[in-house]
Design a protein around this ligand. Structure first.
Ligand SMILES: CC/C=C\C/C=C\C/C=C\C/C=C\C=C\C(=O)SCCNC(=O)CCNC(=O)[C@H](O)C(C)(C)COP(=O)(O)OP(=O)(O)OC[C@H]1O[C@@H](n2cnc3c(N)ncnc32)[C@H](O)[C@@H]1OP(=O)(O)O
Ligand SMILES: Cc1cc2nc3c(=O)[nH]c(=O)nc-3n(C[C@H](O)[C@H](O)[C@H](O)COP(=O)(O)OP(=O)(O)OC[C@H]3O[C@@H](n4cnc5c(N)ncnc54)[C@H](O)[C@@H]3O)c2cc1C
Length: 675
């Protein structure tokens, strides 16, 4: 048997797809180790996939698009119960990476009844509950004796937490907090799994003690009777209805009617209220925003994975779809031969790799900050907040764009739910909104950038943190791209630094200039905000490029290094063209240099072409995880599209009741009236 570098090759596959895999120049298992950050985890992912493949009870009973929302929730609950019961046979206990993979394989991306339990409820208790509180609730939560969510957003307010309407008023006499929803707009609205699944929530409410508003605080709140699951007295609760996607998750509403909880249900790791109502301040004002930072830090990888789902589907399909000729004397070509198709897909393949590498760095920083904060050191919180705010915005934006490009690259079949593209898009695009609307989060990063710009302008560049140190550096007068014998990545990084620095300083000048002219700070901020967000995007895209460069530098295997270097070339050239307005504005890059960048881009599209399928195969998504007829590993698309269509509920009978009831009589009466 021939051992190929691409480990997805199997006998009997569509030969067009096998031909693509044979041309791969690198070992896809080794690339998976880069993507998943260790050989051990990449191997464990494969093992988990194999275990699941052998357990039919963990497979979907029918394609998700053919299920109603209720059926999907039932099916998801069934599988959730099974994986909870057999967890230790499938994954290592408490390994969150393995858990993430298990969930994606078995439950899928549409959510499940305990999604928020793992993503936010447990992280909130871990970071914000005192040791005593953790003994009481965390172990029970980890054991899934109770199910919880994170209830912050309200019908009227999601972004502006200071103006939430839910109040938690301390009653010194009974040592209780009284939770209350004063208006319709104060109803909690959106929290995942709040509607029907959770019996507890970490609730964010404005805390009032002796008439003073202490701002948003987090409380552990029982919502439903642990035995009957009936809502407790004083609680109004339900599902908010179907959404664009993610409909297995019961996003919910919640209202409180003078609902009492003990004082000790305020999460008290960093902040306290004494029995007499004395308030003990936390070491950092935003320390209780940690569950949001947790998701923002992890969602970078989550988004990269969803982008890669779509790219895997589109790239495989483009290798089996033949349409039209390039040379009219030759047979029809695979659509992947078209330069336009490559230009649509390959830069996004590069972005997906860039995002997953940036995501790995972010999680590392998050874990470091989490440890430091636990010991009272909050010095890196602002840096982490700035970085994750920018990354969640930029990455979710390009992920949604990339998925949509991948869908269009599949032509008509991309529009069928058999492709699964609409669900992938729908789930991913939610990331532009949840955990902070993207514009809002870019403005959070902009605050950090403006402060950094102030340091530069006042001659204090030495105080800049490592993520913004480039703002204090001097620029060359023009870019060195194509002006040195060999243009390396360093020239590109310097060019991106120049662009981000110039835009940051320009936006900050505009803001400070408006204030000098007498505008109040918030007005000046609003009038500069488009320019400020441009700076935030450029800064974040620079960070992503640098993370990509750092990773490629670390890779030892020469075959992997070569293909990752090709991807990085594609990435930097594509990015530079995409932001060329900024580069041309001050003549830092000339139009002849951009011609060079364009030529490089086309060169690397062609160079990557033979590795395209192997690059997507390296993500090692099983068919069960992808849930896409177009993206099947074996490439047998057409016969399976036909089988899928035949299985559609509409095809259970030849004549639909609606035809019997309405269309037949309509046609009959039309015919009769002609007589
Ligand atoms: C593991 C997951 C993997 C994959 C996920 C896959 C699927 C997920 C599927 C579904 C989604 C699941 C869950 C979704 C959950 C949610 O959406 S929860 C709700 C999230 N809500 C938000 O994000 C609200 C956004 N708003 C805010 O965060 C805040 O309101 C704010 C915009 C930051 C402003 O806060 P505030 O009003 O308090 O601000 P100011 O008083 O003006 O202070 C600003 C200063 O505070 C600093 N700051 C703010 N936040 C932080 C922080 N977290 N850490 C450190 N510092 C912070 C900010 O920098 C300002 O500082 P300054 O400039 O020095 O003044
Ligand atoms: C799929 C999904 C899951 C969610 N899960 C949860 C959950 O589990 N728990 C939870 O508590 N919440 C959850 N949410 C809610 C989510 O976090 C909020 O919807 C989100 O933070 C945005 O807030 P908003 O809806 O108030 O948007 P708005 O703030 O109303 O945004 C509307 C527009 O106003 C703009 N805008 C608002 N403020 C500013 C500003 N200061 N400057 C400039 N522009 C501004 C925005 O950019 C946007 O264009 C979820 C939402 C979704 C879609």
């Amino acid at each position: 048997m021939v051992h190929h570098q691409n480990k997805a090759i199997r006998e009997g596959d569509n030969p067009d797809l096998t031909a693509e895999r044979v041309t791969g120049t690198f070992d896809t298992h080794s690339m998976a180790a880069q993507i998943y950050n260790s050989e051990a985890h990449a191997r464990r992912r494969r093992e988990i996939t194999e275990i699941i493949a052998k357990r039919p009870e963990l497979h979907d009973t029918k394609p998700f698009p053919f299920m109603t929302r209720e059926e999907k929730i039932l099916e998801s609950s069934r599988k959730l119960t099974l994986i909870t019961k057999h967890m230790n046979e499938i994954i290592e206990p408490n390994n969150s990476n393995e858990m993430f993979h298990l969930n994606n394989e078995v439950l899928g991306i549409e959510g499940h009844p305990m999604a928020l339990h793992g993503i936010m409820f447990i992280p909130a208790l871990t970071a914000q509950a005192s040791e005593e509180q953790q003994k009481k609730w965390l172990t029970r939560a980890i054991n899934r004796e109770i199910v919880g969510t994170y209830a912050q957003t309200e019908l009227g307010h999601g972004t502006n937490l200071q103006n939430l309407e839910t109040t938690a008023t301390y009653d010194v006499a009974t040592q209780e907090f009284v939770l209350h929803t004063p208006t319709i707009t104060g109803l909690k609205w959106w929290p995942g799994n709040l509607g029907k699944s959770s019996n507890y929530a970490v609730v964010v409410a404005l805390m009032f003690i002796k008439g003073k508003n202490y701002g948003p605080h987090t409380f552990m709140v029982p919502l439903r009777d642990e035995k009957t699951h009936q809502p407790l007295k004083g609680i109004t609760i339900g599902d908010i209805g179907p959404k664009i996607a993610y409909n297995v998750t019961d996003n919910g509403f919640l209202g409180f009617d003078h609902y009492r909880i003990p004082r000790t249900n305020l999460l008290m790791r960093h902040t306290r209220v004494e029995p007499d109502g004395t308030y003990v301040k936390p070491p950092h004002a935003k320390i209780n925003y940690s569950a949001m930072v947790h998701v923002r830090s992890h969602m970078i990888t989550g988004q990269a994975i969803m982008l890669s789902y779509a790219l895997t589907i589109a790239t495989r399909y483009s290798s089996v779809r033949r349409q039209g000729q390039i040379d009219t004397t030759q047979p029809e070509v695979k659509v992947l031969e078209y330069q336009t198709q490559q230009h649509r897909l390959f830069p996004y393949i590069a972005r997906a790799y860039a995002f997953v590498f940036a995501g790995a760095e972010t999680v590392k920083l998050y874990e470091r900050v989490l440890e430091e904060v636990a010991t009272g050191n909050v010095s890196l919180m602002a840096d982490l907040h700035a970085l994750t705010s920018g990354l969640k915005s930029v990455v979710s934006h390009y992920t949604a764009q990339g998925i949509e490009q991948a869908r269009m690259a599949c032509g008509g079949h991309g529009y069928s739910q058999a492709s699964y593209m609409s669900e992938i898009f729908g789930v991913a695009v939610g990331g532009c909104t949840y955990e902070g609307e993207n514009m809002v989060m870019l403005l959070q990063l902009a605050r950090y950038l403006v402060k950094s710009a102030s340091l530069v302008k006042t001659g204090q560049s030495s105080k800049l943190g490592p993520l913004v140190a480039y703002l204090g550096a001097k620029s060359d007068s023009t870019s060195l791209i194509d002006r040195t014998p060999t243009t390396g990545f360093a020239e590109y990084v310097k060019t991106f630094q120049h662009i981000a620095r110039r835009q940051t300083l320009k936006a900050a000048d505009k803001f400070f200039g408006l204030m000098e002219k007498g505008e109040k700070r918030p007005i000046a901020w609003n009038k500069s905000s488009v320019e400020l967000n441009r700076a935030s995007r450029l800064h974040t895209r620079l960070y992503i490029v640098e993370a990509f460069v750092r990773r490629v530098e670390e890779v030892a295997d020469p075959r992997l290094k070569e293909v990752l270097t090709d991807l990085l070339h594609l990435h930097v050239n594509y990015e530079l063209l995409d932001m060329s307005t900024y580069a041309l504005e001050d003549g830092f890059v000339s139009s002849s240099q951009l011609d060079y960048v364009r030529d490089q881009l086309y060169f690397y599209l062609a160079k990557i072409r033979p590795n395209a399928v192997s690059l997507v195969d390296s993500w090692e998504f099983s068919d069960q995880e992808l849930r896409s007829v177009l993206g099947r590993r074996d490439g047998h698309v057409y016969e399976n599209l036909f089988a899928w269509a035949k299985a559609s509920p509409l095809n259970k009978t030849d004549v639909l009741p609606s035809v019997d009831k309405y269309l037949k009589p309509l046609m009959e009466s039309a015919r009769a009236s002609k007589l």
